[in-house]
Design a protein around this ligand. Structure first.
Ligand code: BG6
Length: 483
């Protein structure tokens, strides 16, 4: 188990993230013996539940989604619930009752709640005397909705916690293949010499989902794909592809290199936004084998508003990293809901060989598949067997993680929660990273909001709006689709 006992306090403890991700991750850590015997999970919500109610709720809602339930009862005994409403200070007394006398433990506040509650929560915890020197705070994304709101939140949280205590989570950084990207780049010799504009034509980063947004209108109308996915997950992936080799695998060295990439992004402003970005919104269609409604007709307790009409469920951007290594290499990013398949990948498209002696060669391509079926695939040219004319054929050199390693691939949250408990922030976003990302996103958002245009419609289950295709076709390129 971990060396020290910890109290993990989840604000938003009955919410979707807690139920779908955090509790399963904690259960797996418990089952695998990575939680100290005395560590506790204290869920906070406005729900008015007691410990028994909460355990019953988790038993009913979380357990069925897990395979196997070894040690489940022991896990349930770690769980507690206290009612806290940040608008009403009384609730804090209940939390204090559980925490008093445990100041020697690591104390982790996990804010799985909307970002506008972060400041008030931290102040409430401080006023109730709960913030100890061994405390840390985890902030879920998106951090704010633009640069100004992100700075305000960072200031508010920063007034209570030191930067070294603040863990801004981007769960993509906890995914196995994403961590493998750094190992692939920096623990192998053959890639780095060709990892630049001399050899690479362009990079594609795709995070495609088949899910829609039923029941999420309240959040999604305010977010959209650019804020929900591109500002954080896709830009973080871009950073890992584009960053310079850090001198050490340590928190500041890695994050220093990432922030330099974000600061090197060429700003996309004004009318360039129309040229270099695409947004779409799904209409009714077929996805996941069923007829599904369009975004505006998703079942939800909130009715669609003028905002719903304008919100993008698909975004694509042609980005450029302005530095010596990447000059002139486009990074195409795209993410969307209700696309034909769930598929996240990074595609590095190499240039043609400098001098072709065989007809019919196509350039090398390295595909890093993040999900599903994590793996690395390199397209090579080979000669077809035969005594006649030389015929070239692209063949894959493939590494499937599932076939190569027998260990269970842990969920990203499992890894990241363990990192928070052991105090390792390498895979978390530093304040300057988040703000640099917003600085680049803001002008795109501003232009979208200022133009009277609506997102391009695309039927659910299709590859996104036509504009996304044109974004690459203009330069004789195409999105990599399933082989
Ligand atoms: C979340 C977004 O951050 O990531 C969701 O808010 C999205 O909209 C999810 O569905 C995707 O994560 P994963 O791990 O399923 O690819």
């Amino acid at each position: 188990g971990t060396a020290r006992p910890a109290d993990l306090i989840i604000f938003g403890g009955t919410g979707d993230l807690a139920m779908r991700k955090l509790l399963p991750a904690l259960y797996h850590s418990h089952r695998d013996g990575r939680l100290h015997a005395d560590s506790r999970v204290i869920a906070l919500s406005r729900g008015g539940l007691d410990d028994a109610d909460y355990r019953g709720k988790v038993d009913a809602e979380v357990r069925p989604a897990l395979s196997g339930g070894e040690g489940w009862d022991g896990f349930l005994r770690r769980l507690h619930h206290r009612t806290v409403d940040i608008a009403a200070p009384e609730g804090w007394q209940g939390v204090a009752g559980l925490l008093d006398g445990h100041e020697d433990r690591d104390r982790i506040f996990y804010l799985a709640s909307p970002p506008m509650t972060f400041g008030a929560f931290c102040r409430g915890a401080r006023e109730a005397g709960l913030v100890t020197p061994l405390s840390r705070v985890v902030l879920e994304k998106p951090l704010g909705r633009d640069l100004a709101s992100a700075q305000a939140i960072n200031d508010e949280v920063g007034a209570i916690f030191d930067e070294s205590q603040i863990f801004r989570i981007d769960h993509y950084l906890g995914k196995e293949t994403v961590q493998n990207l750094l190992v692939l780049r920096f623990a192998n010799a053959f890639l780095e010499p060709i990892w630049n504009s001399l050899w690479i034509d362009h990079v594609q980063i795709t995070v495609a989902e088949t899910v829609g947004t039923p029941g999420r209108r309240g959040y999604y109308d305010q977010a959209g794909a650019l804020r929900d996915m591109v500002q954080n997950h896709l830009l973080q992936l871009l950073c890992l592809v584009a960053m310079e080799p850090p001198s050490r695998n340590d928190r500041e060295a890695v994050r220093d290199e990432k922030v330099k990439v974000l600061q090197s992004l060429r700003p996309i402003v004004g009318s360039e936004v129309d040229r270099f970005t695409v947004r779409g919104q799904y209409t009714a269609g077929r996805a996941d084998g069923a007829e599904v409604p369009g975004y505006l007709d998703e079942p939800d307790k909130n009715q669609p508003t003028a905002e719903s009409l304008r919100v993008e469920t698909f975004a694509a951007v042609r980005a450029e990293v302005r530095n010596w290594r990447w000059a002139g290499v486009p990074f195409y990013l795209r993410s969307g809901k209700r696309l034909p398949a769930r598929r996240s990948e990074i595609v590095v498209q190499f240039k043609d060989v400098p001098h072709a002696i065989f007809p019919g060669a196509s350039p090398n391509r390295l595909v890093l598949r993040l999900q599903p079926s994590e793996g690395i695939h390199l397209r090579l040219m080979a000669k077809e067997p035969g005594a006649g004319e030389v015929v070239l054929r692209p063949v894959p050199l493939s590494l499937s993680f599932a076939d190569t390693f027998s260990a269970r691939v842990p969920d990203a949250y499992e890894r990241l929660l363990m990192d928070v408990m052991s105090g390792n922030p390498t895979l978390f976003m530093r304040r300057d990273e988040v703000e640099a990302a917003w600085r680049w996103i803001d002008p795109i958002m501003d232009h979208w909001n200022g133009s009277g245009m609506l997102p391009e419609p695309y039927p659910a289950g299709t590859a996104g709006p036509a504009g996304a295709h044109e974004l690459l076709a203009r330069s004789d390129r195409a999105w990599h689709e399933e082989d």
